[in-house]
Every structure is written in C-alpha cells, then in structure tokens.
Write a protein that binds this ligand. Structure first.
Ligand code: NAI
Ligand code: MG
Length: 359
C-alpha cells in the first residue's frame, strides 16, 4: 500500500529545501520498495495570503485529514504577513486541530559538523527532546484588568490536565525504554512554580512505576539549561512541558552546530490524525532565493517521517546516508556555506540521494 503524504513547502527556503528533501525521500522509498503518493499544496504561505487574505482555505482540515503525514517546509514572510498571523493561521492550527501533542526534536552531533561546545565529538551528543505541544504554559486563559492605570494587572494561566500530562510522559518513557541508554530526564521547576510543576513531578513519579527499566532523573529547568551546555553527553531522552520544551529544543540543536540540520516532528501518536514533519528552522529571508540553504534538516525530517510510518530500516538508511555525506567534509562533499562549504541546496540534496542509492 502507498503512503499518502501532503507536501506543504510554505515560504522562502521552505520552497528550496523541500524539493531536496523529496529527492532523498523518494530515493529511500525506491530502495525499500515503498510507494509514496505525494500531493503538494500552496497554502500556508505568504503567496497564498496575498491572493486570498487567509493562510489556509476554509476546507483545509477535510483536505489534509486523509493524509498519513504532512511534510512541511517553513512558513513566514514578515515583509508580507506579520509573523503571529502566519504562524497562528497555519502551523498552530495544524498542531492543535490534529492533536499533535508530542513535539520531538532529536539533537545529535553529526560527523563533519563543528559543535560550538569545545572538545565535543560525534557520539558525545545524541539526545531527544520530547516537548508537550498542546497545553501547559501556552494557554490563552488570562487577561488584563485596570488597563492603563497604576493597578494594571496581567494574568496568564498554565493548564495541566491529567490526560495531557500523562500522555506525553508515556510517550517519553516508551521512547526511552526503546533506546539503548534507557534514560529519561524530566525538566521541572517545582521549587519556584509551586502548584503546576509539583503536579508534573507527581505524574512523572506515578508513570515511572510502570517503567522499572528506565533510569529517571529530574533537573530544575535553569540547572538543566546549564547542563545541556556543560555536559550534553549525559542526556538521552528529555521530557518537558510546553514552555520548557520550547526553550530546550532550541538550545539542544544550538549545541550541535547549525540550525540548518535540525529536524522536528509534531506527532499524534494514536494516528487518529496526520503528524507533521518540519525542519526546526524558518523561511530564512536573508538567504532565500540564493539556493544555498542547507537541506539536511528537511531531509532528516523525511527519515523521522519514515520511522513514524512504520519503516525504521528505511529511516535509518536515509539518516545514515546523511551522516556519510556530512562526514566527507566540505572538501569531499558539496556542503552548504553554513557547513563551511561552497555547495548549493540542490547539489547537497543530490549527493545525499546518490548516497542513499549506493550505500
Ligand atoms: P530562520 O530559522 O528562518 O533563520 C535564522 C538564521 O538561520 C538566518 O540567518 C538563516 O539564514 C539561518 N538559517 C536558517 N535555516 C537555514 C538553513 N537551512 N541553511 C542555512 N542557514 C539557515 O529564523 P528567522 O529569521 O527568525 O525567521 C524567518 C521567518 O521564518 C519568520 O517569518 C519566522 O516567523 C519564520 N519561522 C518559521 C518557522 C516554522 O515554519 N516552523 C520556525 C522559525 C521561524
Ligand atoms: Mg522555539
């Protein structure tokens, strides 16, 4: 059977890295005898907004609901649409409507990529941040009173539900249990945030009882941020609330070199709805149109998507091809300028697709 994939390139370099990502994905599918049915959509872009005044068509949910996965580039073009409009009008609609409650961001120091942390080698950094993606600190419950007076007061609530907390924790424990290190770290701040974070800790402890094989520890978020920089080798799977996870999942990839290689997945683990795979980076207006964007983040997303679709061997093969090509360095492979090479998006994409075919 074929997997049905909705492809949404979006804006800026999204439209440049998606074709490179698809080339490597298709090469992998061919190699493993998988059939992919790809449909490309132009919505969730500034161009669509200019024509229609909205980011998405009214029937977007019916349109996307029938797909097994969404392969997404990047959205945002501040010269045409304000960022909060483009983001809330597209990506956040997908995440919430499709209940993609796990945001998964692998942080791995790849061969041939220089870490900004001194002395770190590939193999030292290889962890995954699991971020709660639908509730927590990012709620719209709150408001302002006495606006413009001395008594001006602003309030915004954190929402934690048992279902919401437990399901992301279960996902993180399951993931940790499947990895060789079987180590889960929970991000908390129960010393300062004295109601919601102790609840988080309590649910972590309650869930841990069902995973005796997983080594569990917890850090306050401030100490954890420092540990990411000082001892990134100590982590395997890290689970965090929406806000803490957001921060950690930018800090993690920053420790592993360029933003251009970092992938992410917005997952609905029950598969009631399509999951969405997108690089961490945005549309990069500063380099858009030059053909020099690094396609590795987008290509790595293809590997995560194959894994989610139930093809772990194909996923590992594709990621292995990425590692092989990066390891050749800027002299041996057409690496893009952010990796100190002079290659183009298309050249690096071809090189990785070629490697998929021959390895
Ligand atoms: P950005 O990620 O687009 O760019 C940040 C810096 O990293 C820029 O200097 C850019 O040239 C560089 N960079 C990013 N991706 C690269 C790649 N693949 N290869 C080489 N260099 C790369 O973030 P920025 O500039 O803050 O945002 C630009 C637009 O993208 C905004 O409209 C923003 O809202 C949107 N955005 C969208 C995201 C998404 O679709 N999930 C995520 C982040 C930003
Ligand atoms: Mg962020």
């Amino acid at each position: 059977t074929a997997h049905r994939i909705a492809v949404i390139p979006g804006d800026g370099i999204g439209t440049e890295v998606v074709p490179a990502g698809l080339e490597a994905l298709q090469a992998t599918a061919d190699r493993f005898g998988l059939r992919l049915h790809l449909d490309t959509f132009g919505f969730a872009s500034a161009a669509y907004w200019q024509r229609h005044g909205t980011m998405l068509p009214a029937d977007w949910e019916q349109t996307l609901r029938g797909y097994d996965a969404i392969y997404f580039g990047a959205v945002g073009w501040p010269a045409v649409v304000p960022d909060h409009v483009s983001l809330w009008g597209s990506l956040l609609q997908f995440r919430r409507t499709f209940d993609q409650y796990v945001n998964l961001r692998p942080c791995r120091l790849m061969p041939g990529v220089r870490s900004p942390l001194a002395g770190r080698e590939p193999g030292d950094i290889d962890f995954v941040v699991v971020r709660e993606n639908t509730e927590g600190e990012y709620s719209s419950v709150g408001g302002r009173v006495f606006e413009g007076t001395d008594r001006e007061t602003v309030l915004q609530e954190t929402i934690m539900t048992r279902v919401g907390v437990d399901r992301v924790l279960r996902y993180a424990f399951d993931l940790a249990a499947r990895r060789p290190a079987r180590h889960l770290t929970s991000a908390t701040k129960s010393n300062g945030i004295s109601i919601s974070m102790p609840y988080w800790d309590e649910r972590v402890a309650a869930t841990a009882g069902r995973y005796p094989g997983v080594r569990l520890d917890k850090y306050h978020i401030d100490a954890l941020a420092a540990q990411f920089v000082l001892h990134p080798d100590r982590f395997d799977v890290v689970v965090a609330s929406n806000l803490f996870g957001d921060i950690l999942s930018d800090l993690g990839p920053a420790c592993t070199g360029t933003l251009g290689i970092a992938p992410s997945a917005n997952i609905n683990p029950e598969r009631d709805h399509p999951s969405l795979f997108e690089p961490v980076h945005g549309s990069a207006p500063d380099i858009a149109g030059k053909g020099i964007a690094n396609p590795v983040g987008q290509i790595w997303c293809g590997s995560m998507m194959l894994e989610h679709l139930g093809h772990p061997e194909a996923a590992a093969h594709l990621l292995g091809a990425v590692e092989d090509v990066l390891a050749l360095g800027p002299r041996g492979a057409p690496l893009t300028p952010d990796l100190h090479g002079t290659g183009t998006t298309a050249e690096l994409g071809h090189a990785i697709a070629e490697r998929v075919r021959e390895r």
